[in-house]
Design a protein around this ligand. Structure first.
Ligand code: CFM
Length: 542
């Protein structure tokens, strides 16, 4: 089959052709062609706005972002979903976030889905009593150090006051830190709102409540890494091999005490900027800890990130050790990379995932010679596309105003400047920009298509018109894409695979993509709509 390769302009107009004018007007601001000037200043994209009703979006809800994403991977904060059972069930380990308790007796509540299982009666008469009872039961059975309560839509609608329940129960059980999240599903335009809500509460109620320091001269936290498919285990290996202490990960393979004492490090590294930049910013203001954007997806990116961290500390031995380690690791994976590259060179990928992976995974594809021709986030903000320098220009609408922006002052006792203005300037002149993220578009090719909040209709149009060699998204998209005869790699849960982070993860990914792209099975697929293009049914009988 000869493949036609439409231009980005053709694709864009094809996506907007058949939709009502009002919809096309809005969507055209969310579908952007990455202009040649992207290296300087990428074109503006409309992001973090409401999905047009009726459109089948790929997005999730605020509760999912708070409970499922940010807190979900923590093993010993006992998490109670206050709401109907489905919310708790569907946010329970579905993205394959893993954990490894230090001993078999260490608390680990992740295998449990705990919920108040609200019924009609609770909706009518209120659910606070049931919530209190759930907390008491949980304390009696598990004796946790901390309990998080997560609000679902009905909780906000009926007006249960989860925060006063948390205070009351904490007064009764002073040894347990009990806090609640107003993360009702409808709180924002996507799960992004839930990230912010989670960051705020963990910052005010957990971080800074315990003063322990782990040993080591180079102590860092890793923010925005959720240990999908074991990624955090591989990243932990890297820090250890270089001689750095990874104090807390927010929140892959994490525990409560690491969060509580996370203010004692000298650097916060940030993987997923979207979900956790709030925490990084607040910790810098309160404790003086700078943050550095890193990326452990892609072998080259991993090496660069580790060396950047070592150079931040400025210790000669650490830098030499890290350079040596990354050289060795890169050499080890190179044979597989070259073999796979020869088989995948020139193939095309489309990536539509949450709020950071659509950017990060382009690195891995580049390493095996593949081109990302279209990418987009489900719910990221303009800064994740265009870089943080656009933040002052971002219009704050009513939906964003809905999420509390905490006012943070330096802690009178514990604020400590880690780097002086002069040291920061020196780092900057050597290419290490603290508190910066350049966004996805600057690193994409000039003719690539960037689409925010892609919907199923547009996805099918892209598949028909372009027929990419691989499409990366999630479970809601997977089977539709496969029926088109195109492989789909889930970048949320990694299907059954992983880890894909770091060096060993990169090898896993190269092999997986090679296997998926070069199998001949896709040519044998006959889409169900080919034989029976129209399904008909009757609604009722006469
Ligand atoms: Fe960050 Fe994530 Fe992502 Fe995200 Fe997510 Fe996720 Fe994601 Mo699914 S925190 S933004 S809300 S990297 S669950 S681990 S894969 S959509 S791209």
């Amino acid at each position: 089959m000869t493949k036609v390769t439409p231009t980005a302009e053709t694709l864009k107009s094809a996506l907007l052709d058949n939709v009502p004018i009002k919809v096309a007007r809005k969507r055209s601001k969310q579908i952007v062609i990455n202009t040649p000037a992207a290296a300087e200043k990428p074109p503006e994209i409309l992001a973090n706005v409401r999905t047009i009703p009726g459109i089948i979006t790929m997005r999730g809800c605020s509760y999912a972002g708070c409970k499922g994403v940010v807190l979900g991977p923590t093993r010993d904060i006992l998490q109670i979903t206050h709401g109907p059972i489905g919310c708790g069930f569907y946010s329970w380990l579905t993205r394959r976030n893993q954990t490894r308790p230090p001993t078999s007796d260490s608390p680990n509540y992740m295998p449990y889905a705990m919920s108040t299982d609200m019924q009609e009666e609770n909706i009518i008469f209120g659910g606070e009593k049931k919530l209190k009872k759930a907390i008491e039961e949980a304390i009696a059975i598990f004796k946790p150090k901390a309990i998080g309560i997560f609000s679902t839509c009905p909780v906000g609608l009926i007006g249960d006051d989860v925060h006063s329940v948390a205070h009351e129960m904490e007064a009764k059980y002073p040894d347990v830190n009990i806090f609640a999240f107003s993360c009702e599903g409808y709180k924002g335009v996507s799960q992004s709102a839930g990230h912010h809500i989670a960051n705020n509460k963990v910052f005010t109620d957990v971080v800074g409540t315990l003063d322990i320091k782990k040993p080591g001269a180079f102590r860092v936290n890793l923010l925005g890494e959720y240990n999908i498919g074991g990624d955090a285990f591989e990243i932990e290996r890297l820090f250890e091999a270089c001689g750095m202490t990874l104090h807390a990960t927010f929140s892959g393979n994490s525990n409560y005490e690491d969060f509580a004492s996370a203010h004692n490090v000298d650097l916060n590294t940030v993987m997923c900027h979207r979900s956790i930049n709030y925490m990084a910013e607040m910790m810098e203001k309160k404790y003086g800890i700078p943050w550095l954007k890193v990326n452990f997806i892609g072998a080259e990116a991993t090496a660069k990130s580790l060396i950047k961290i070592a150079r931040y500390f400025g210790d000669k031995d650490l830098i030499a050790r890290t350079e040596e380690f990354t050289r060795k690791e890169l050499a080890e994976i190179d044979t597989v990379r070259k073999v796979v590259r020869a088989r995948c060179e020139g193939k095309t990928a489309m990536l539509f995932v949450g709020g950071s992976r659509a950017h990060h995974y382009q690195e891995l594809f580049k390493e095996i010679g593949m081109k990302t021709i279209a990418a987009g986030y489900e719910f990221a903000h303009r800064d994740d596309y265009e870089g943080r320098d656009v933040i002052p220009d971002i219009k704050i609408d009513a939906d964003s105003r809905n999420i509390e922006e905490l006012h943070v002052d330096p802690d009178p006792d514990r604020y400590r400047e880690r780097k002086s203005e002069k040291e920061r300037a020196t780092l900057e002149s050597s290419g290490i920009r603290l508190g910066e993220y350049g966004g996805m578009m600057r690193e994409m090719s000039p003719d690539a298509l960037v689409i925010d909040d892609l919907n199923h209709y547009e996805m099918e149009r892209l598949l028909e018109l372009y027929h990419p060699d691989i499409f990366c998204a999630g479970i809601k998209e997977k089977y539709v894409v496969q029926k088109h005869g195109i492989p789909l790699k889930q970048l949320h849960s990694y299907d059954y695979g992983g880890p894909y982070a770091g060096f060993r993860g990169a090898v896993n990914f190269y092999r997986e993509i090679d296997r998926m792209i070069n199998t001949r099975v896709w040519g044998l697929v006959t889409p169900p709509w080919k034989g029976a293009p129209e399904l008909t049914a009757t609604y009722c009988w006469e």
